[in-house]
Design a protein around this ligand. Structure first.
Ligand SMILES: Cc1cc2nc3c(=O)[nH]c(=O)nc-3n(C[C@H](O)[C@H](O)[C@H](O)COP(=O)(O)OP(=O)(O)OC[C@H]3O[C@@H](n4cnc5c(N)ncnc54)[C@H](O)[C@@H]3O)c2cc1C
Length: 579
């Protein structure tokens, strides 16, 4: 396991920006002082040791929407599936005018994704979506290798297993223990099982409520851009029309029209196979022992069977055979291992199992997100849908900041530098695990398996918008190993999130500050300084997407100016912006 001290590994620890004197007390005194320096919805934590309260912190934030100029052109989002709707919700939450264009009339009948990670649920929670079905604390997603559900069970494997092995109950319990403990510590949220076709209407309803304009049956056929903005041509009920916008997010899936129009190449493992699937309803819970994923292994039936935890199941065939409804029904009963009860076939589907990442996630005013940017095969790490949701969460606040005139457009370049490496690493990690090892070709380097929690909570961002993150650092580690490294995600424990929730409620106050140990009492005494890797006088600056953009391990004598400079750098602040 890596355990990195940046100063030792990289030969320097230059996170602190040198500058001249402005006294710290002035900065810390009132919310209005801080407003002077913080132009974006940042959370700034300034930790200070106090002999009476042990740890005292001043936590400051602006969470109010960024004001848009009245003439502001909307952001256009192409695609109203999971990622497009998440983009619309994020943007609408910042009051960015948003138009979503979707070629289909309704949402896809096939639920597709179901597993949403704790990190995704943190994002949704911050947008107002409650996790109504949190995974149990000790939940580890296991897949059973069986002849059929009611027939012989061979073995079980977890996502992290690189080899299949028979495990005793003791080993399983031990594994659950070691895997679940850190997750609980890294996030106040838990993962959730929500079928994609149930989640999308929730996102849509909330985005509409916050002002997003979602237009269905609008197929985008072309897009042009210039220095002023973008113009898309759409087909609606046989008519063509043009829609103007400031920027465009292409969330139009694996076969992205926008990506193809811009001839953005993709690289990766590529196409692996076409999968035929059938979605059906059957009462199977009595035989599943709580397992929701099965590898069906019979001489004449190799398939993957997954539950949507609402009575619906998807059977995905590993062969390329076209089956009529009778043959589908036979195969379903064969996978179950008995046929003495009725089943209902809901729909059939055909999927391309593909792993490809676009060579760039941006082209001028156009940003690729979700499957348009990276098509990753469905896996137990939830890298498909979850990665796309994290993309637009990363992008939305940047667009809001640039459109409000407070940040320069260079901030948007950090989207590609931050998100593309995440997708590339996830691509490679998929093929290190047992589920997809079989698809690894000799041209794709296998690499080392990285800890699941590191992949979920600790992928590093390196960009011009992060001060103090260096090429020499590992690409992912667990938050407890990073210890507040800039470019990694802010670790939310229960107490912090409660405090953050208070801050979110503070709108329309532009800036709020709370004192940990004063305004906010920690329920449990933790190693607060250790979490952030700062001394008793240090500080960490947290971006709206929860990433640590900068930190000072020690308070510099001219703290106010140093913080001001850090904010200016990481927010790409427009210096002559007038409120
Ligand atoms: C069977 C299956 C199971 C999966 N399970 C999981 C899982 O458990 N966890 C996970 O994380 N991921 C999973 N995934 C992956 C996940 O479903 C995708 O990553 C996710 O749907 C991608 O969302 P998206 O919005 O980027 O693209 P899509 O869902 O592909 O949506 C693209 C949208 O753009 C629209 N569109 C396309 N072109 C145009 C155009 N020219 N004009 C207007 N609209 C257009 C489409 O109609 C569509 O609505 C699974 C995928 C499959 C196939």
């Amino acid at each position: 396991m890596w355990n990195v001290d940046v100063e030792k590994e990289c030969g320097f620890g230059a996170e602190t920006i040198q500058s001249t004197n402005i006294s710290a007390p002035k900065l810390l005194a009132t919310t209005h002082d801080l407003k002077l320096y913080v132009n974006l919805p940042f959370l700034a934590f300034v930790l200070r040791f106090s002999p009476t309260t042990q740890y005292t912190s001043l936590m400051s934030s602006i969470q109010t929407p960024l004001e848009m100029s009245p003439s502001q052109q909307p952001v256009i989002v192409v695609g109203a599936s999971l990622v497009g709707l998440s983009a619309a919700l994020c943007l609408a939450s910042y009051q960015v005018p948003t138009i979503v264009l979707e070629k289909h009339e309704g949402i896809s009948k096939h639920p597709r994704a179901i597993g949403f990670t704790a990190r995704t649920m943190e994002i949704y929670r911050s947008l107002g979506i409650e996790n109504k079905n949190p995974a149990p604390e000790d939940f580890v997603l296991e897949r059973a290798h069986v002849e059929s559900i009611t027939g012989k069970w061979h073995d079980n494997s977890s996502w992290s297993d690189t080899e299949r092995k028979q495990k005793s109950n003791d080993q399983k319990q031990q594994k659950k223990k070691t895997q679940s403990t850190p997750k609980k510590e890294f996030s106040v949220e838990r993962g959730s099982a929500i079928p994609q076709d149930k989640l999308e209407p929730m996102l849509e309803a909330l985005a509409l409520e916050r002002g997003a304009d979602i237009r269905r049956q609008h197929r985008v056929v072309s897009v042009a851009q210039d220095e002023e903005g973008v113009t898309v041509t759409v087909e609606y009920k046989g008519m063509q029309q043009q829609i103007h916008g400031s920027y465009l997010i292409a969330a139009d899936g694996n076969r992205s029209t926008i990506r193809e129009l811009h001839q953005i190449p993709r690289h990766g493992r590529g196409f692996m196979q076409t999968l035929h699937s059938v979605l059906f309803r059957a009462p199977l819970d009595q035989w599943t022992k709580g397992i929701v994923q099965f590898d069906i292994d019979q001489p004449d039936l190799k398939a993957f069977l997954a539950s949507y935890s609402d009575g619906r199941w998807a059977l995905m065939f590993k062969d390329d055979i076209e089956r009529d409804s009778e043959a589908l029904q036979r195969a379903i009963y064969q996978a179950i291992g008995r046929s003495d009860f009725p089943i209902e076939i809901i729909t059939i589907g055909q999927w391309e199992l593909t792993a490809l990442v676009a060579d760039t996630f941006l082209s001028g005013r156009i940003f690729l997100a979700g499957d348009a940017a990276h098509t990753l095969p469905p896996n137990r790490g939830g890298y498909g849908a979850n990665t796309g949701i994290h993309d637009v969460h990363n992008l939305a606040w940047k667009l809001a900041a640039v459109l409000s005139g407070k940040s320069s457009a260079e901030l948007l370049d950090t989207y590609d530098s931050e998100r593309r490496p995440v997708a590339l690493l996830r691509h490679d990690q998929i093929f290190v695990r047992a589920d997809y090892k079989v698809h690894l070709d000799t041209a794709t380097p296998a690499g080392e398996k990285i800890d699941d929690d590191a992949m979920e909570f600790g992928q590093l961002y390196l960009s011009m918008g992060i001060v103090g993150a260096y090429e020499c650092l590992p690409r992912a580690m667990r938050p407890d190993e990073w210890k507040g490294q800039p470019g990694t995600h802010f670790r939310i424990s229960g107490e912090w999130s409660d405090a953050a929730a208070k801050l979110r409620e503070s709108s329309p106050v532009v800036l709020n500050s709370l004192c940990i140990g004063g305004d906010v009492q920690l329920l449990q005494q933790g190693d607060f300084q250790g979490w952030f890797g700062v001394s008793s006088t240090g500080a960490a600056l947290i971006r709206p997407d929860g990433y640590i953009a900068w930190r000072a391990k020690e308070a510099p004598p001219n703290l106010a100016q140093v913080l001001d400079q850090a904010i200016s750098i990481v927010s790409f602040r427009v210096e002559d912006h007038v409120e």
